[in-house]
Design a binder for this molecule. Sequence first.
Ligand code: JCH
Length: 233
Amino acid sequence: MRIDVVSIFPSYFDGLTLSLLGKAQSTGILDLRIHDLRDWTHDRHRTVDDTPYGGGAGMVMKPEPWGLALDQLAAGADGGPRPTIIFPSPAGEVFHQSTARELADREHLIFGCGRYEGIDERVFEEAAELGEVRLISLGDYVLNGGEVAVMAMVEAIGRLIPGVVGNPESLVEESHEDGLLEYPSYTKPSVWRDREVPPILLSGNHGAIAAWRREQQVERTRRRRPDLLAGED
Ligand code: JCH
């Protein structure tokens, strides 16, 4: 899978080359390319923002650098796949595990990170000529720009690419893959600061352990995330 990220703060993404996704990149499973939007400016100050038409607070990202960046990055080999172009936005559809699963099947993703008050709306219309455009929110809170949302999305998507996570069973068992929260985990020592590991986990009774874990999952989901049991996800 190829992933391009465009940002005015490219060094934000240095962390994505570490650990799991770093290995996926060195083995060629993931081709992750980080770009500086200012590379597509042509003025002396490498300007990416301007005042909003109609007035109001703050600045808006100019369309021209975005247009040039997207034209260049979307131009695959002739007959190549049209990219999916994702803009994080507090006004987008909410990102879920199901979104990550859907996007992990794409051959080419382009992420555009806005800053200031956002990007000139015409950029989204223009991007729709190059591929499928998705405005996606990480959740119902306001960030200062798209970078942190893209870090989260690339990590969630990247670990679903076949071969990135060593044991595919660890993908199935965890939170949200089965619509329930995870069961609690324990390791050695069996007693720590007078706190015992639940004895059933030391029993060797695999059927009883599986039943206990499922019960724990349902109970924590009921307490912490009743919305998940209501069938909303
Ligand atoms: C972003 C901003 C509009 C602040 C600029 C680009 C995504 N889930 C999520 N929360 N916030 C974002 C996000 C994504 C891209 C950008 N900003 C700052 C934009 C605002 O209007 C209310 C406020 C925030």
